[in-house]
Design a protein around this ligand. Structure first.
Ligand SMILES: C[S@@+](CC[C@H](N)C(=O)[O-])C[C@H]1O[C@@H](n2cnc3c(N)ncnc32)[C@H](O)[C@@H]1O
Length: 183
């Protein structure tokens, strides 16, 4: 094998690894696509994020939501990311931004307890939002804000929407008095 063939193999392997990394999480949630930066700012503004908030980003991608929540809104932020390459990107971007109030967990958000969140950010898929509803009702305190980009949460009434930016804001109802658990 000459040098050119070796380089070609490394290059093709890198493409396969990167492509797989973007898409395999469809199996457990959704694939990777970053929310546009202006949308991230709008989501956090509409959710009224403040210094005393703990913002969870379910599927943190490159970490942009965490960095903005801490740097621009003064909140604490936690990302959960299943894909090792995206997890590393989030970790790297948190380090580069020098923000101690953000951390990222490598794992599946369906298996991670969300109860300390006061704001949950999601940019996932319609089906994944639907699957998350009962977890939200079980684990999140009533009043916790959920901000979804692009997809609504079917069956839940949003408190506020920005149709142009496709942002939906919800407040977790009291699961003891809500019939949403049965939907
Ligand atoms: C559409 S991207 C959104 C990224 C980021 N939140 C943003 O708004 O830019 C969805 C991310 O969720 C991750 N993901 C999908 N299912 C997951 C799961 N069950 N647990 C953890 N991460 C997941 C994907 O790897 C991907 O990085």
């Amino acid at each position: 094998m000459n040098l050119l063939t070796g380089l070609l193999i490394v290059f093709l392997a890198a493409i396969v690894v990167a492509g797989t990394s973007i898409s395999w999480t469809w199996l457990i949630g959704t694939g990777w696509e970053p929310a546009p930066n202006p949308v991230v700012i709008k989501m956090l503004s509409l959710a009224g994020v403040r210094e005393d908030d703990i913002v969870y980003d379910l599927g943190s991608g490159d970490g942009r939501v965490l960095v903005k929540a801490v740097r621009d809104f003064g909140a604490k932020a936690v990302g959960i990311e299943a894909d090792p390459i995206r997890w590393f990107l989030t970790w790297l971007n948190i380090r580069r931004a020098r923000i101690g109030a953000a951390k990222v967990i490598w794992g599946n958000f369906f298996k991670t307890n969300l109860s300390e969140a006061s704001v949950v950010v999601i940019f996932l898929s319609r089906g994944t939002n639907r699957r998350l509803r009962s977890k939200f009702l079980r684990e999140l305190s009533p009043g916790t804000r959920i901000v979804s980009y692009f997809w609504p949460i079917d069956g839940w009434e949003s408190q506020q929407t920005d149709p142009q930016s496709k942002i939906y804001i919800y407040r977790v109802p009291d699961s003891r008095t809500s019939d949403l658990l049965n939907k």
